[in-house]
Design a protein around this ligand. Structure first.
Ligand SMILES: Cc1ncc(COP(=O)(O)O)c(C=O)c1O
Length: 414
């Protein structure tokens, strides 16, 4: 009889709420030690190199020793050695079993959802999500794959999350803090709701990074990362990752990425490994500088509102203090005059650069209503707090007095 060839190279992942992650062998080491050592030991791991710095293995194919023996690495579409070191390091820092990289954070989200959802399934999230994530949720998945996204009405209320979940929900997806309004979602509370319905929780940890927030310790099953932002830290790398149970990671790798090649490349992985060495130090300084800038903006007469979890009047300030080690380097603020007001301030900045990213060592500003969240309807933007006068500011590592002086002179032109 003709035996049907299996379509999948690995068994598709099935979420098991009882599954407890296997502890990683380096779990006893501190975070900063793991940021420097996880995934690579100069003497043990790469026998031929014996190098202090992890090597860049820029080869996209790996020879078979014998016809019937698969090498560890086969072809660059699924994994390569330098990228594997980075994947180990990211899994270690987030406290997950395993990680798979992607060519961007947006691609990591796409690879995850296209792996676990089938036509007719849904994903529950809120409007507090990054622009490309919203575009996938509002267009690509529903229109082309019949996977729908449900936006909870009141993300501060666990019952509002529970209301949207049904038997076809494959994932609950939370971004906290969120881009661009720094909304904080209670990870532990939403994890409880998701798990009570037998659904895994995804937390996007791009803005805090594992240096400031460990979603898995609070109940998250899966973590989404854009490496492009604070993890690399200077706009030299485009990349992303999914951290989670090994069976899920291998499902994504072998049943989606191996067919599409949407994985990170060795040089980008190598650069990221260098930048991760200073992640904790950078996040501490980003947070301290952002705190100083947020306090300056909060008392400025031409600023209507500031979103920053480190300010005592942020609606989820207490939750942020419980959930995060420090408030992070991203904030946003509203100036009067809508789009024209924002343009006037941004065009008068000299030190601060107007550009589309965040998490860089140099301070960057951006206008969400016209650049990243322009596809939301005006009603959705209003519900997400994205005013026409909102400016997103990623506070860098400059002397904070210089950042403040630049903002002060630009605001005086309003
Ligand atoms: C919170 C968050 N997650 C993920 C992404 C996607 O990352 P990338 O730009 O690497 O695709 C972004 C991008 O802005 C983001 O802000």
């Amino acid at each position: 009889m003709h035996e049907e060839k299996p379509f999948f190279m690995r068994d598709p992942w099935v979420y098991d709420p009882q599954h407890r992650p296997t502890p990683r062998p380096d779990a006893h080491l501190g975070f900063d030690t793991r940021a420097l050592h996880a995934g690579f030991h100069p003497l043990k791991d790469v026998e031929r190199f014996r190098a202090f710095v992890p090597p860049i293995v820029q080869s996209m194919t790996y020879p078979y020793e014998r016809f019937d023996r698969f090498p560890d690495y086969i072809y660059g579409r699924s994994k390569t050695p330098t990228v594997s070191i980075l994947e180990e390091r990211l899994a270690s820092l987030e406290g997950g079993e395993a990680a798979v990289t992607a060519s961007s954070g947006s691609q990591a989200l796409f690879s995850l959802i296209s792996t676990i959802a089938r036509p007719g399934d849904n994903v529950v999230t809120s409007l507090n999500i990054f622009g490309e994530g919203y575009k996938q949720a509002a267009t690509i998945f529903p229109e082309r794959c019949n996977v729908t996204f449900r936006f909870v009405k009141d993300p501060t209320d666990p019952a509002s999350w529970a209301e949207q979940i049904d038997g076809r929900t494959r994932l609950v997806w939370v971004e906290t803090p969120s881009n661009p309004c720094l909304f904080i979602t209670d990870i532990r509370a939403v994890a409880e709701v998701a798990h009570a319905h037998g659904v895994p929780l995804l937390v996007d940890n791009t803005i805090a990074t594992a240096a400031l927030q460990r979603p898995m310790e609070l109940g998250a099953d899966i973590v989404l990362l854009s490496i492009t932002k604070f993890l690399s830290g200077n706009a030299t790398v485009l990349g992303g990752a999914i951290v989670g149970p090994e069976a899920l990671v291998e499902d994504i790798r072998w049943n989606t990425i191996e067919f599409t090649g949407a994985i990170m490349q060795p040089f980008e992985a190598w650069l990221t490994l260098q930048f991760l060495e200073t992640l904790s130090l950078r996040m501490e300084r980003h947070s301290a500088n952002a705190q100083a800038v947020a306090e300056f903006l909060a008392q400025h007469p031409r600023v209507l509102h500031v979103n920053f979890p480190g300010l005592p009047d942020h609606p989820q300030h207490d939750l942020a203090q419980r959930q995060m080690k420090a408030p992070g380097g991203l904030l946003s603020f509203v100036v009067p005059g809508g789009i024209e007001g924002a343009a006037r301030v941004m065009d008068n900045l000299h030190l601060i650069v107007h550009a589309v990213t965040f998490g860089t060592s140099r301070t960057i500003c951006m206008h969400p209503a016209t650049i990243t969240h322009e596809h939301m309807t005006p009603e959705e933007r209003a519900a997400a707090g994205i005013d026409d006068g909102l400016i997103r500011l990623s506070v860098g590592l400059e002397d904070p007095e210089d950042i403040i002086a630049d903002l002060d002179q630009a605001l005086s032109r309003l």
